[in-house]
Design a binder for this molecule. Structure first.
Ligand SMILES: [Zn+2]
Length: 290
């Protein structure tokens, strides 16, 4: 994927690079970022990529489709607005029904259609997400849905498990140490005894690293979930494969949610020792419950 003309941090650029598989976008992509602007930029890049007609590296940024996509004026790229009738910043069930019908209609100018949902975690209530699920379960051909959000935990597990995740920068770039610690915790989760897990979790005592490590762990667990759903993980395949072989979809989702709530606790200056012990107990409980 050609990211020229866009300013993404290294990690985000690498993720986008790996998304470019077989020349098509996945049907559904969640773009999570603390910055709405970054998420919007990625959506523009991915929509350009989908409709670009260049034979070389896409998006070329120069063809008519690219230019229209960049200025958000492409006939096959829709930016869903909240339902005006409801006077709130949210999507309605009626809108979902319209999208389901609309998504079946062939594109006008390009080979693909893209639907962009900004602030999707806020605008899609659980009921709306549930209706939207139909589009994710039976995606029409050559249609991609881009769900932009600040916190992907707000999505239903059923939605999460069908989407490819891009977690973009904004200070959340993950360093080597955090990535290694997260991998050790993941190994600990599937270890036979409690000790390796507890030992690896105590690395979170370094508060500077704790949030970053939990974000990295969440990434590993998401990769396992994607593997389990038949998708292609964005990170280390081997570890994701072993986790996927050992854990169910429901267990992985619970663990991802646990990472999110622990990150919140760290931000609120909780007692880290206590957090490590609790997290260990909770991860073990999820792993071993029937
Ligand atoms: Zn182009």
């Amino acid at each position: 994927m050609n990211t020229n003309g866009f300013e993404f941090d290294e990690k985000t650029a690498a993720l986008l690079e790996r998304l470019d598989r077989g020349g098509r976008l996945p049907h559904a992509v969640i773009i999570e970022s603390q910055s709405e602007d970054t998420a919007a930029e990625i959506a523009v890049l991915l929509s350009m990529y989908s409709v670009c007609t260049s034979d070389g590296e896409r998006p070329c940024g120069e063809c008519k489709n690219c230019r229209n996509a960049k200025s958000k004026a492409h006939a096959d790229i829709s930016y869903a607005k909240p339902d005006k009738k409801h006077k709130s910043d949210s999507y309605s069930i009626e809108q979902v029904r319209e999208w389901i019908t609309d998504a079946q209609i062939k594109p006008n100018d390009a080979d693909a259609k893209v639907y962009v949902f900004e602030r999707a975690d806020v605008r899609m209530s659980p009921i709306v997400q549930n209706a939207f699920l139909k589009l994710l379960e039976e995606p029409p051909r050559n249609v991609s849905f881009l769900l932009l959000c600040e916190r992907s935990q707000r999505f239903l597990p059923t939605v999460l498990s069908r989407c490819t995740m891009i977690r973009a920068g904004g200070g959340r770039a993950i360093g080597e140490t955090a990535a290694q610690t997260a991998a050790q915790i993941a190994e600990g989760i599937i270890a036979a005894t409690e000790y390796p897990l507890l030992k690896s979790l105590y690395a979170l005592k370094d508060k500077e690293l704790a949030a970053e490590t939990l974000a990295a762990l969440e990434g590993i667990l998401r990769d396992a979930l994607v593997t389990l759903c038949g998708g292609e993980p964005t990170g280390e395949k081997e570890l994701a494969g072993r986790l996927a072989a050992r854990l169910t979809r429901a267990k992985l989702i619970k663990m991802i949610e646990l990472c999110g709530s622990c990150e919140d606790n760290i931000r609120q200056n909780c007692n880290i020792n206590l957090l490590c012990t609790q997290m260990c107990g909770e991860l073990r409980r999820i792993t071993w419950q029937r």
